[in-house]
Design a protein around this ligand. Structure first.
Ligand SMILES: [Mg+2]
Length: 182
């Protein structure tokens, strides 16, 4: 049995919002002098509304969801969705999976409840005993890779394509093809 975990935003959906993360990260590092890995957690209803609005823009399926659907039908493969999004966005995620006929493709859908996304993902990768995990955020990739048994595959984008990480892929389909060849 091969167990594959996928991040949602930026892996299963193409995420245009990712592009704005680079300047935000630069600002935090160089202006606020914050180097510790931590993510903003929306607390009140206004912040949640802003987040929902931003994430509603992540609407396009990534190149590779057809292969994802096919791969999930293989009896020797288990697919798990692990998303760092917060639980108040459950409805949006479910609607999206149904719309693209992916609601039957995952053995489990794991949604973050208030944890820091990288810690949540680390815990889930271990609990689900994953062999592979596909993630688009390089900070999260670099955090997870030395800490878990699963092989961490990175989906890069045009802004961070120059960064160095061995197991890097431009989009989901390439990552799934690579896994199928292991
Ligand atoms: Mg992501």
């Amino acid at each position: 049995m091969t167990r594959i975990g996928l991040d949602f935003d930026g892996v299963v959906v193409y995420d245009p919002v990712r592009i704005i993360r680079a300047p935000v990260k630069w600002f935090k590092k160089n202006v606020l002098k914050k180097n510790k890995l931590s993510f903003f957690v929306p607390k009140n209803s206004w912040q949640r509304w802003v987040w929902k609005t931003i994430f509603s823009s992540s609407i396009w399926p990534a190149k590779g969801i057809d292969l994802l659907r096919q791969t999930s039908r293989n009896k020797n493969v288990e697919m798990h969705l692990i998303t760092g999004r917060f639980d108040f966005m459950d409805a949006h995620l479910e609607n999206w999976l149904t719309k693209y006929k992916l609601n039957g493709s995952f053995k489990s859908v794991n949604i973050n409840r208030q944890e820091q996304p990288h810690l949540f993902k680390e815990r889930m990768i271990n609990e689900l005993k994953l062999d592979y995990f596909v993630e688009d955020n390089l900070d999260v990739v670099l955090y997870l890779a030395p800490r878990v048994k699963a092989k961490i595959l990175w989906i890069y984008n045009i802004l961070d394509a120059n960064k160095n990480y061995g197991d890097r892929f431009p989009y989901l389909e390439k990552a799934l093809v690579w896994i199928s060849g292991q």
